[in-house]
Design a protein around this ligand. Structure first.
Ligand SMILES: [Zn+2]
Length: 239
């Protein structure tokens, strides 16, 4: 085992496990999607290009720095072609540790639809735990424009709907938590589709969201987004 693999052994194993879990949930197919896990301020574990997520094992995981330079990659392995957007987000959000980019079918449907429902305050738990689903304009996969497309949104939440592409969900607690958040949002998206089928979706009121703000203050829960950037949920949803 390479010395860097040894140093980050348990985190590499955790990331590999999350890749298989992401594929098992049906959130990516084949080579699709990419995951990364910051394990030191300037060290990021990241998935390789052209390996199916369901097959990823410990030795497939690459190690890069915050400039995207490869610190370790196994034989025949290279970091994902989406490395530029992962490192750009880690640079702009020093608090973040885990990033999952995937194409879960229901959330991706919202990404293609002309619907702003996911941006509205609908369900208290995803809002409190993850933050609102903030839209990111379309940019071609693997382009520098895709990395730049996140610039306006990245400080505001930990969940992002990538127009006509998919979703990116992040966590400051690690990669497993980021994937938990993605699961939470895909379930919420399914519920929204059902409520639309049943005649329409009602949103939380401003008063409801003010109460959520009060609850978060009482419980000492952090606001979504970059620490210190968002002062209240009401500010996020109603301004
Ligand atoms: Zn993608």
């Amino acid at each position: 085992m390479h010395e860097m693999q040894k140093k980050y052994e348990s985190s590499i194993a955790e990331l590999a496990e999350c890749c298989v879990r992401t594929a098992g949930l049906g959130y990516v197919t084949s080579h699709g999607g990419n995951l990364s896990y910051r394990v030191d301020s300037d060290v990021v574990l990241i998935t390789p290009t052209k390996v199916a997520k369901r097959k990823i094992t410990f030795d497939d995981i690459c190690i890069i720095d915050l400039n995207g330079e490869v610190l370790y990659a196994g034989e025949g392995r290279r970091p994902t072609g989406e490395t530029p957007f992962h490192v750009r987000i880690f640079q702009k959000r020093p608090d973040l540790k885990g990033l999952v980019h995937a194409h879960p079918p229901v959330l991706t449907g919202f990404a293609m639809a002309d619907s702003a429902l996911l941006e509205k305050p609908l369900l208290p738990e995803p809002i409190i735990e993850v933050g609102p689903m903030v839209p990111v304009p379309y940019a071609e996969p693997l382009s520098d424009e895709l990395a730049e497309a996140f610039d306006d949104a990245i400080e505001l939440s930990n969940a992002f709907l990538m127009k006509n592409h998919g979703v990116m969900v992040t966590s400051s607690d690690g990669i497993e938590r980021a994937l938990d958040f993605l699961e939470m949002y895909e379930a919420a998206a399914k519920s929204i589709v059902v409520s639309e089928m049943l005649g329409g979706t009602s949103t939380l009121t401003k008063k409801d969201v003010q109460n959520l703000d009060r609850t978060m203050n009482t419980r000492g829960l952090p606001m979504p987004g970059r620490p210190g950037r968002v002062s209240s949920l009401v500010q996020l949803f109603f301004t």
